[in-house]
Design a protein around this ligand. Structure first.
Ligand SMILES: [Zn+2]
Length: 363
């Protein structure tokens, strides 16, 4: 029998939960990893109607994009979604910003639906910096510690891995009473040939790298420090930039094309000053990345929400700006994720929600 934990681990492979933004709460929301699963509903949101849909199909689990728990909960009201899920005995797992940035996630699905090719990152996640770990190793153990830290995820920088800097030197210390030194003797001063090993560590790997270093370092009391850098950011991108495979469209025709491709009832748009061939996308509430779209040289930016001053900025910059709705720019991921899950777990029934829809109406 497949368990929640097995499905969770697969989701973690295709859209690592460690890659979520630090303000996010992706992951297990309600329930237990041990619960057996036969049927799963996949939906953008969890609403009372979605819980009913899950119950009607006999699902034990709902996988949603938006989390049901975001802020600290001080009381569980009867009407609240987590309470209703728990009452119905339905496990909830959310794949939010980890699915935004993942290959095959929200933005890849959105780009694919719009027929974009030659995809490039639009922006880098600047919500969390890398750390730098510096550790002093006796030189006969530097290689071992370096390998262990690398394997745990240190030293990854863009398309490079195992990045490190080593400086040889001399360490000195006094082995106090009760010590069990690797070099030197209890009660005496000691010097040791050591290396200063420095490696960058992404924030989600810092605990694992520190643990790997400690396990492989021979000293009773390894000397090390960890500092947060301000220059190196995480290497995940929320949005994407790509090109249409056909002749450039006028801003109006492109807006209509987006509306048709996303099956949206309408789009709000600011026409730019040129035809559209290069397109930046960021599903959901992505209007604050307009400057990234402009910097990328895109002719148009497609996102799902927009504030008034961003519309003014777009008009000023001459870029075509399209607000196609939060729901329509993100829901594209639901069928794609459902198909992946079906292939991975043929013994489990996965269903993309048929009831979920944009709560707003157009007239
Ligand atoms: Zn969203």
């Amino acid at each position: 029998m497949i368990t929640v934990g097995q499905i969770y681990n697969y989701l973690d492979q295709i859209a690592p939960f460690d890659y979520q933004a630090d303000w996010d709460n992706s992951g297990l929301q309600v329930g237990s990893y041990d619960d057996p699963v036969e049927k799963v509903l996949v939906a953008l949101d969890v609403t009372p109607q979605i819980i009913q849909e899950a119950q009607d199909m006999g699902a034990q689990m709902i996988i949603s994009h938006h989390p049901v728990l975001f802020h600290a909960v001080k009381r569980l009201e009867k009407e609240s979604i987590p309470y209703q899920l728990a009452k119905a005995g339905i496990v909830s797992v959310a794949c939010h910003t980890n699915l935004d940035t993942a290959p095959g996630g929200v933005n890849h699905c959105l780009a694919s639906r719009l027929g974009l090719v030659d995809l490039q990152p639009l922006n880098w996640d600047t919500s969390r910096n890398f750390y730098k770990m510096t550790v002093f190793c006796p030189s006969d153990h530097t290689e071992k510690v370096y390998r262990a830290m690398t394997q745990a995820g240190a030293g990854t920088l863009g398309n490079y891995s195992g990045c490190a800097f080593t400086t040889p030197g001399e360490g000195r210390f006094i082995c106090e009473e009760g010590s069990r030194p690797y070099i030197g003797e209890e009660g005496k001063e000691a010097t040791a040939k050591e290396d200063r090993l420095e490696m960058l560590v992404p924030p989600e790997r810092i605990k694992a790298v520190r643990a790997a270093m400690l396990v492989n370092h021979p000293y009773e009391q390894p000397a090390y420090d960890i500092v947060e850098t301000s220059s190196v950011r995480r290497n995940t991108s929320f949005g994407l930039v790509g090109k249409l495979t056909f002749d450039a469209l006028s801003p109006q025709r492109f807006a209509y094309y987006v509306k048709e491709q996303l099956k949206a009832p309408g789009v709000r748009f600011v026409p730019g000053n040129r035809d559209v061939s290069k397109v930046a996308v960021l599903g959901g509430g992505g209007d604050s990345s307009l400057h990234d779209a402009i910097r990328s040289g895109a002719d148009a930016f497609v996102t799902g929400e927009c504030k008034h001053h961003v519309l003014l900025q777009a008009a000023d910059a001459g870029i075509t700006f399209i607000d196609a709705g939060h729901f329509f720019t993100e829901n594209v991921v639901v069928p794609a994720l459902t198909d992946k899950l079906k292939k991975q777990f043929p013994e489990v029934e996965f269903k993309a929600s048929q009831l979920i829809s944009d709560p707003s109406q157009w007239m």
